[in-house]
Design a protein around this ligand. Structure first.
Ligand SMILES: [Fe+2]
Length: 543
């Protein structure tokens, strides 16, 4: 296959050139088949010693994190990496890492402590699943290795499953290209009174920023495990990102760029040999698990990693976290020279009812969970814009095929289910498209009388370049279910959920060209319990 020129990619991708521009991938278009990522042999002995002095620096360069809170527990994460952009810089032997968790921020009242082993074959990452904690309270934690202590992190357990909960405050974010800006939205998020952070994909970008770079970054595209680790080493060096991890538990899912732009199951945008691509995917999935506060049970097996899961917060809210990449059908109507997403006129393949976004098993899991749910608000935490965006190409309707618009039958199954079974207050949150969207989700977007069955909030990017504002505005008249759109700011979304009302604030920073740029609420929306669809309200003052 011939490599595509970047100019041609921009033309093919039409309105979504901002996203497709990230897909230049000159290093990958004709990448040779690559051997499976090497596993470093494990030496039998555990080395004890002063790691800090041995390597001349702290091994905790990537900070600490916590995630997936349960009523009595939480996952604590760190990784020993004195040289984070050079495969960690650790000797290829297991290392003991002590951890302790306290009831106070000064770490005076230790409630639990233990020891974990950081294994070289998993990049010396540590995932500690702490149990036996009290529900709905803050804890502080730190790690120690070789006599060197990590920073102190703060985390919060979930309320008991059936506990009456009056309020949940969280922020969600996505799409943080390192080269395209400072992660200054996290600078503001760190000052928020949040219970948790939800991250909806594109934690890293496999492609560097080829132009308009704010921060220098290596102009490399990862393919191997070590190369993906080095990419996380760069991204997680950001102090504002580290602070946000250290302050709140995170619930994470991925989108495409944790592996490669617009991949779908075993198919890359360049139509690489699927066997080769799955080896690349295995390397990327392992690096993802190594760097996220996920459970041991999520540890990947080759190119497979089970990421979808549910997290419940008392009787108030449950998050169904889904994975839209690993099991999806290939994007429809794609030209031979380039798979992945394109703005395409409608085609029979797009409407094929056998096509799936989540894969049959995950789709069943999602619907079954929603059907059984007893909480007040059912949050579907996913990656993409779910609402239809009807565009025009030479006068004919056209759709961006990488998002749910490429999978209308799968979307209709989900939204039709919501209409028929009516789980309480479904709210879809998403990212991917580097712009804010507020939409009414309907089982049939072409029928103006169709009921609104769920509310959708999509957050803009942390830093990644926005899509064209003017060209996207121009299609909104054809899409009356879209209540709000703006692609001109970078930021995150803040949600305050109570029994009667869900308040969403779209938080925007003035700039990502500097760390300390001010932020403000761009717009605010309210959903009343029992009435799907967001209503605009005056922007919440202050951030
Ligand atoms: Fe993105």
């Amino acid at each position: 296959m011939q490599p595509l020129g970047r100019r041609r990619l921009l033309v093919r991708a039409g309105e979504f050139a901002g996203l497709a521009a990230l897909a230049g991938l000159p290093g990958c278009a004709n990448a040779p088949p690559h051997p499976a990522p090497a596993v470093v042999p494990v030496a039998p002995a555990i080395v004890r010693g002063p790691i800090g002095s041995r390597f001349g620096t702290t091994p905790f360069t990537l900070g600490v994190a916590s995630g997936d809170p349960l009523p009595g527990g939480v996952v604590l994460w760190t990784r020993l990496a004195p040289a984070p952009q050079h495969d960690g810089g650790m000797p290829p032997v297991p290392m003991p890492v002590d951890w302790e968790i306290a009831a106070d921020e000064a770490m005076r009242t230790i409630v639990q402590r233990g020891s974990a082993t950081a294994l070289p074959e998993f990049g010396h990452a540590v995932h500690v699943e702490v149990g036996g904690l009290q529900p709905a309270r803050w804890y502080w934690y730190r790690f120690t290795a070789g006599g060197v202590a990590s920073a102190i992190g703060r985390t919060r357990t979930a309320p008991a499953l059936d506990a009456p909960l009056e309020q949940l405050r969280f922020a969600f974010a996505s799409c943080q290209h390192y080269g395209q800006g400072y992660f200054s939205p996290y600078h503001h998020m760190a000052g928020e009174p949040l219970d948790l952070v939800v991250f909806l994909g594109d934690y890293i970008y496999e492609v560097p920023s080829w132009a308009e770079t704010v921060r220098p970054e290596p102009k490399t595209v990862p393919v191997t495990l070590v190369e993906y680790r080095n990419k996380y080493g760069l991204y997680k060096s950001d102090p504002d990102l580290q602070a946000a991890h250290a302050l709140f538990p995170w619930i994470v899912t991925w989108d495409d760029h944790e592996v490669a732009n617009d991949y779908a199951d075993d198919q890359s945008q360049e139509r690489d040999d699927p066997a080769w691509f799955l080896r690349r995917r295995a390397a990327a999935y392992q690096a993802y698990w190594e760097h996220m506060p996920l459970r041991q049970g999520a540890r990947p097996s080759g190119p497979w990693l089970t990421l979808h899961r549910r997290l419940r917060f008392g009787d108030l809210a449950e998050f169904s976290v889904v994975d839209d990449r690993q099991y999806r059908s290939h994007q429809p109507c794609a030209p031979l020279e380039r798979a992945g997403g394109n703005v395409e006129p409608d085609c029979a393949e797009r409407r094929d009812p056998r096509r799936s976004m989540l894969g049959a098993a995950q789709e069943r899991w999602l619907l079954d969970g929603l059907d059984r749910s007893t909480v007040r608000w059912n949050v579907i935490a996913q990656q993409l814009l779910m609402a239809q965006v009807k565009r025009r190409l030479n006068g004919a309707p056209a759709f961006w095929t990488d998002a749910w618009d490429g999978y209308p039958a799968a979307r209709q199954r989900l939204l039709g289910f919501l209409a028929a079974r009516r789980p309480a207050n479904p709210v879809v949150i998403g990212g991917d498209i580097h712009s804010y969207w507020v939409t009414d989700l309907k089982p049939d977007f072409d029928d103006p009388r169709a009921p609104t069955v769920a509310t959708e909030f999509v957050g803009t990017s942390i830093t990644s370049h926005g899509i064209s504002y003017a060209r996207t505005r121009a299609v909104l008249a054809d899409n009356p279910h879209i209540k709000f759109f703006d692609s001109r700011q970078r930021g995150y979304v803040r949600c305050e959920v109570t029994r009667q009302r869900w308040l969403t604030d779209l938080v925007a920073v003035e700039s990502v060209t500097r760390r300390d740029a001010p932020a403000a609420v761009l717009a605010s929306f309210v959903v009343e319990s029992g009435r799907p669809g967001a209503l605009p309200v005056a922007p919440t003052p202050g951030v």
